[in-house]
Design a protein around this ligand. Structure first.
Ligand code: CMC
Length: 392
């Protein structure tokens, strides 16, 4: 058993080599293919970011048009899929629906599940990026009992998503460009984050040669946990529970109490031991959205800012290097955009899909790739003889 090194939680083991995303956790730096997240969020758009993550370089104008067109061509889902949704209870959590529906994609698009063919790999990738907003919006519409809304391909990726979520056949719906831009930026911030739990899940699932839709479904299942993507929903629920600024100190004390399992949701990160650069952009986006909507003195935002202020000056959080992460401000922003808390992790999954695919593609295209097969340090019973029932 001494042959293997025990590393619970993989705090010191690199599972792969990758050229896609770089994080410097001490400095709070995040680069996609070398480009700082701040610059991409400021100047780029989400589909450009998708292209960058998948191909390794920023697209030329021709490449961008070509890519956008190819993605747009795949935004519709097979009509039979709408029947798939109706098998779920209306009160199902949309993440549960997502795990099922994305897992089922291989049954609807079995022509793009042969991963040994680069063309099929690319078609599967484009299909997933293109269909994710449609599928996520359908999950939302189903749970609120409204009819599914078809994609509108003349709209941008983010604007089309808002259209599919919030328009109803009975009334005209105009997408607010400021809100669409904010949505797009939120997608960029979530697009990739190197070997986090869900991405590692996608890679491990894919290492057996499993079909790409199934691998992404595995990633979605992993993302749902409150320590990972589920934290955005948990963070907003926590801010609501705190309710008013005068109760913040009480919750900070609870989070510091070792006998209390409560943690401040949206705080702390395995890799960032500094302010999460995504949280900074998210906070700015949050203010932009609230301004655009004319929301003044949002009590939840006030609680969030007070919480951040206290936590950042408290020795417990300073010593443990616990800073707000991306999920801290995303909930307030997404709620202002009109989404209920159950949809937050779905939006994370939607945006992270490209990262999962880029990482999966990098893995399957690596000639040295082998099945992922961790070993263990066995601590159970040694070999022993079976005892007949009457002798026990
Ligand atoms: N509130 C209070 N104490 C905390 C928190 C928190 N949010 N996070 C970590 N700590 C403490 C923890 O109790 C431990 O203390 P000690 O060393 O005395 O036992 C120390 O800080 C280190 O924590 P850890 O759990 O060993 O750290 P980890 O790297 O295993 O976990 C984490 C990282 C993100 C799971 C954790 O910080 C956490 O649970 N945060 C709250 C959930 C959250 O916001 N998750 C979103 C992460 S970012 C986006 C994403 O991945 O989806």
């Amino acid at each position: 058993t001494g042959m293997f090194t025990l590393d619970p939680g993989f705090t010191s083991t690199a599972s792969c080599e990758s050229e896609i995303t770089y994080i410097d956790g001490d400095e709070g730096i995040l680069l996609y293919r070398g480009y700082p997240i701040e610059q991409l969020a400021e100047h780029g758009d989400f589909l450009e970011t998708c292209y960058l993550l998948l191909y390794g370089h920023l697209p030329t104008p021709e490449e961008k048009i070509d890519f956008d067109t190819r993605v747009t061509r795949h935004t519709m889902v097979h009509e039979q899929m709408s029947k798939f949704y109706t098998g779920f209870r209306r009160d199902a959590h949309p993440m549960a629906v997502m795990v099922g529906v994305i897992g089922a994609l291989s049954a609807f698009y079995h022509d793009s599940t042969d991963i040994s063919d680069p063309h099929q790999r690319m078609v599967a990738s484009l299909r997933m990026i293109a269909k994710m907003p449609t599928i996520a919006a359908m999950a939302y519409k189903y749970t609120i009992g409204q009819p599914f809304v078809h994609p509108r391909n003349e709209l941008s990726y983010a604007a089309n998503f808002l259209h599919m979520c919030f328009s109803v056949p009975a009334e005209p719906y105009e997408v607010n460009p400021v809100l669409a831009r904010a949505m797009d930026r939120i997608f960029i911030l979530h697009a990739d984050h190197e070997q986090n739990a869900s991405t590692s899940t996608v890679r491990l699932a894919g290492s057996s040669g499993a079909n790409p839709f199934g691998c992404i479904a595995a990633g979605i299942a992993c993302l749902w946990g409150p320590a990972h993507g589920g934290a955005n929903e948990a963070a907003l629920n926590m801010l609501h529970e705190i309710g008013t600024v005068d109760r913040v100190a009480e919750y900070v004390a609870k989070a510091k109490d070792k006998n209390d399992p409560f943690r401040l949701m949206g705080f702390g990160h395995r890799v960032y031991k500094n302010y999460d650069p995504r949280a900074r952009i998210m906070q700015a986006t949050c203010h932009e959205v609230l301004n655009e909507l004319g929301v003044k003195d949002d009590p939840t935002l006030e609680v969030a800012m007070e919480l951040e202020k206290i936590a950042l000056s408290d020795p417990y959080f300073i010593e443990k290097k616990l800073y707000p992460n991306i999920d801290f401000y995303s909930g307030i922003t997404l709620r202002a955009l009109g989404f209920p808390a159950e949809m937050f992790t779905v939006l994370f999954a939607l945006a992270r899909t490209v990262g999962w695919i880029a990482q999966w593609k990098e893995m399957v295209e690596d000639p040295s790739q082998r099945i992922g097969r961790p070993r263990q340090l066995f601590t159970g019973a040694p070999s022993r003889d079976y005892i007949e029932m009457e002798d026990r």
